[in-house]
Design a protein around this ligand. Structure first.
Ligand code: 5GP
Ligand code: ZN
Length: 133
């Protein structure tokens, strides 16, 4: 547990949360400032700052939990997972957002600004990345 971490404190029961489900490894609870009704967060109980700090086993529990909750909520939704402050991560404990999208006004809004790329550069990038995997 990281002493100053709000989500670790939720896991430890030191601050309250509206808990939806919990296993040995993960927990899901309602977001305190929801973008839409049902917006919730799924976290590993162990303190992990960003997704790449999680074990595969922790990650393997998070997505099915998101599926269960999204199925219960029904309708359209976004799954969001931010890593690092520049990438809009405010709480440095890994969390998967499940954000219902009931209409245009509520839920996640995105500004999508694609780069201009050519096929040669994309192929080169693909080759470079594959060597690292
Ligand atoms: P991030 O920007 O890090 O991806 O999202 C952090 C999320 O945590 C935000 O949606 C915010 O509303 C939520 N949040 C922050 N503090 C608390 C808290 O104390 N309790 C709960 N339930 N959610 C929180
Ligand atoms: Zn934490």
């Amino acid at each position: 547990m990281a002493d100053a971490c709000i989500f670790c404190k939720i896991v430890a029961g030191q601050i309250p949360a509206f808990k939806l489900l919990e296993t040995e490894l993960i927990m899901a609870f309602l977001d305190i400032n929801p973008l839409s009704k049902g917006h919730c967060l799924i976290i590993p109980k162990r303190h992990c700052q960003v997704l790449t700090d999680c074990t595969d086993t922790e990650l393997q529990e998070m997505l099915p939990a998101a599926k269960r909750i999204a199925t219960a909520l029904g309708g359209q939704f976004n799954i969001l997972q931010n890593n690092g402050p520049m990438a809009h991560q405010d709480i440095p404990h890994v969390h998967l957002h499940v954000i219902p999208k009931p209409n245009i006004e509520e839920g996640l809004k995105m500004k999508w600004s694609p780069l201009k790329v050519n096929m040669e550069a994309l192929k080169q990038l693909c080759d470079d990345l594959r060597r690292l995997l």
